[in-house]
Design a protein around this ligand. Structure first.
Ligand code: C2E
Ligand code: CA
Ligand code: CA
Length: 569
């Protein structure tokens, strides 16, 4: 049995209530006698009382039998009042009249049927009453299964069906699929209560329904706080977003409620309705990361990027287990003396992917930083590096300090410091053998906690290098208080140091700051002899870049250590 039949069965077991409205007692009694074998009958002797009753118990009245000519408030006025009220509009009304003309007018006013006076054919009256009630209930049941109980919008499946019908009736009309979502709706519910959340959803649904109706479109509810709208194509729907945002603001009062809208423009009619709204939803979800943007248009390139990102994230665990991540080492040279001397290296990760080949960290590190996976990967890299430093020590009798990249998320992990201490001890290294590169932005974005952690690491003997210095907007004041052992200039200043006087000036300033802080300066991204000379002239201490060497696989870097080892600083 389907849901529709189920509801119908249940309803048929109940006894319906009929309201008889007539100013003449004899008529009320006559109708009451006819109806009471099958229905509960209640009475009103004028229009005002009738309106009172239906307003008080609208859900209990299955039908109204309404006399037209009554003193005070007549039947026409009752009809009009009930039609004007959305809650009462659904109650079927049968008009009682002896005038032919009145029948047409009352049907136009929304009456379901009429019964001529006098009441000399009880079985006709019963049949008409029964039929009107059944018709009204059937359409109610259809509405109940098609629409969402809270908002009255079509639920997802029926919405998709109506959208498909729309395509059939309007062939060739360009359409847009739109998804609307409330940002952090779960928080709205938690902070303001479920009934507020429901109220908000209803207000949004009303506005969305109204807008869709005005624009010859359709609206539906896709699930909790997700709404779908199918509208004729238009270059921008931002005015629509604005009008529903206004509706949300009205409900929210002080608290701000943000909405997101994703649009799949000019839908491809060969893909399923579900897929069209999936695309709108994908565009909508992309906005999740942004606090300031609320409107996005689906873009297949972006979608592919997302899918690629998901694939990489999905494969990390297996890649770790299969040792697909490789560490490469980029040498750093001290240029203070007459001849550059190898002094350390930076460990950089590469993903040797079985299908995609070598993937650069620029593609996956930001993804992993976003979802916390970076911690897993970096721990693996640090273990590899510590093991490697130890094996060089054994093979060549020298310690080559290696810097590793430490993300903000790594630092904030509660066991970070202890892990590093254990790692160094387990490989018989000194804490100073592993240099920790922390970007300037990590310091500035969550400074107090990071400074505390950095201080603690330094007290254990670890050396901290501030990476990408010049891009994170530290104030001079703050820099003086930061626990750091070296400044690593942001590559973008070094890149154009020879052509752009302003960039050269920036580098000179940063070198002055480092000398004020009494820490060495490292320049990375040095590709040409000219850049190297200029940096050396300006007092830079250490250089890393293609000019000396690209990042090298471990074997090649081992050869370099063997050759250069004796000259090391
Ligand atoms: P970064 O820490 O600023 O690393 C320097 C980047 O500059 C490296 O890119 C390096 O290969 C590149 N580079 C070095 N010399 C030159 C040069 O002369 N010219 C040019 N154009 N580039 C040069 P890579 O290896 O692609 O790494 C990109 C970023 O990914 C790194 O920037 C770092 O932020 C991150 N990263 C790399 N490995 C790891 C890791 O193991 N853990 C974490 N958390 N981040 C990593
Ligand atoms: Ca780095
Ligand atoms: Ca850097």
């Amino acid at each position: 049995m389907n849901e529709q039949q189920n509801i119908k069965e249940g309803i048929h077991k109940l006894k319906r209530t009929v309201l008889v409205v007539d100013d003449e007692l004899i008529n009320r009694e006559l109708l009451g006698m006819i109806l009471q074998q099958k229905y509960d009958v209640i009475y009103a002797e004028n229009g005002r009382k009738a309106i009172d009753i239906v307003r008080r118990i609208p859900g209990r009245i299955s039908l109204v039998l309404l006399d037209l000519l009554m003193p005070e408030v007549n039947g026409y006025e009752v009809l009009k009042a009930m039609q004007a009220d959305p809650k009462l509009r659904k109650i079927p009304i049968i008009v009682l009249t002896s005038e032919k003309d009145a029948e047409v007018e009352s049907l136009q006013l929304g009456a379901a049927d009429f019964i001529p006076k006098p009441y000399n054919m009880p079985e006709v009256i019963m049949a008409r009453v029964q039929r009107s009630i059944e018709l009204a209930e059937d359409s109610d049941i259809i509405l109940a299964t098609e629409t969402d109980r809270l908002t009255g919008l079509y639920n997802k499946d029926f919405f998709f069906q109506y959208c498909s019908k729309n395509d059939v009736y309007m062939p060739g009309r360009a359409m847009d699929a739109i998804a609307v979502n409330v940002s952090r709706f779960h928080l709205v519910n938690e902070l303001k209560g479920r009934s507020f959340g429901d109220k908000l959803l209803c207000a949004l649904a009303d506005e969305i329904k109204y807008f869709a109706f005005q624009s010859e479109g359709l609206a539906g509810r896709g699930g909790s706080d997700l709404f779908f709208v199918y509208l004729p194509h238009c270059d921008s729907h931002e005015d629509f977003l604005e009008s529903i945002s206004d509706a949300a603001a009205e409900i929210a009062g002080e608290g701000k409620i943000n909405l997101r809208m994703g649009v799949y423009q000019n839908v491809d009619f060969s893909v399923s309705m579900e897929e069209r709204f999936d695309k709108a939803n994908i565009a909508c979800n992309l906005l999740r990361k942004s606090a300031s943007e609320h409107y996005a248009i689906y873009d297949s390139n972006l979608h592919e990027k997302e899918l690629f990102a998901e694939k990489l994230i999905h494969e990390v665990e297996a890649a770790l287990a299969e040792k697909q991540f490789k560490v490469v080492y980029q040498p750093k040279f001290n240029i203070k003396g007459d001849e550059p001397r190898l002094c350390s290296a930076e460990a950089l990760v590469r993903w040797n992917h079985p299908e995609l080949g070598m993937i650069s960290p620029g593609l996956f590190i930001p993804l992993f930083e976003e979802n916390g996976l970076i911690n897993r990967l970096d721990n693996y890299i640090w273990r590899e590096v510590a093991r490697q430093i130890k094996s060089w020590k054994v093979a060549f009798g020298v310690t080559v300090p290696v810097s590793v990249n430490v993300s903000r998320i790594d630092l904030l992990a509660p066991d970070y410091e202890q892990n590093m201490v254990d790692l160094v001890r387990d490989n018989s290294l000194q804490t100073g053998d592993m240099l920790l590169e922390i970007t300037e932005s990590a310091y500035t974005e969550s400074s107090d906690r990071i400074i505390e952690i950095a201080n603690s690491l330094r007290s254990r003997g670890f050396k901290l290098e501030m990476d990408d210095f010049g891009s994170g907007y530290s104030s001079l004041n703050m820099l003086a208080a930061l626990p750091i052992d070296a400044l690593k200039l942001d590559m973008k200043f070094v890149r154009r140091i020879c052509e752009n006087a302003k960039d050269l000036r920036m580098v000179q300033l940063m070198i002055e700051i480092a000398s004020f802080l009494n820490v060495p300066v490292i320049a990375e991204g040095v590709e040409t002899e000219e850049q190297y000379r200029l940096l050396k002239e300006n007092g830079c201490d250490i250089i890393q870049g293609y000019y000396f060497s690209k990042p090298l696989p471990v074997d090649q870097f081992s050869e370099m250590i063997e050759k250069e080892g004796r000259k090391r600083c």
